[in-house]
Design a protein around this ligand. Sequence first.
Ligand code: AMP
Length: 226
Amino acid sequence: MPLNLILMGPPGAGKGTQAHRLAQRLHVPAISTGDMLRDEGKQGSALGRDAKHYMDRGALVPDALIISIIEARLQREDCSHGFILDGFPRTVVQAEALDRALHRLGWSLHRVGSLTVPTDEVVRRLSGRRTCRDCSTPYHVALDPPAKRDTCDICGGTLQQRADDHESVITARLEVYARDTAPLLDFYRRRGLLAEIDGLGKHDDVLASLLAHLTVVNGDRPAAAS
Ligand code: AMP
């Protein structure tokens, strides 16, 4: 049975970092809708241009658009043993569409992890975040700076600040999270799927909590997680 997981939490909670680390441990893909939209933007596609209008002001792109992207992505071969969704679903409409898509594929959702981080900490993380323009490796100006200013340690690419990590847009993103996405916590809690995990602390400790809470299915630990 595929290990189908969702990672939730406000912007800046560390979903992207932890989704990648979980993906490596569990041998399933981490699927970030934000990354998929940014890739479309880099390629200059019509979809990328449309999405950018919403993204740059911290708004959500329309449900129908993001649902069709995710439906197509889940059908790819690399999802056959499971996946970790990062940044989807973000509304109840999206969560219901995901249920239907999984049902069509004969799959179900195993666990939903929600990383909890206080608001002042997410603002600090987001406003200092920089990302390599070429390979997307994340840095933080104070907490995790590159060896050479504005230059990626991995590929030498230039670091840039995401347009939506500017402070005025951060506020809008947090409001959207509280209004549209936080209600999903109850949606999944009621179904017994939600695990709330402290997102503060060292990356390795957060990963260990996630692994402990998300990979137990009906009391058993799937082979992929052992
Ligand atoms: P993220 O990288 O997850 O912080 O997403 C960046 C931006 O992409 C969000 O602020 C939205 O504008 C857009 N986005 C990503 N995922 C979704 C989604 N599931 N629904 C709507 N918009 C999304």
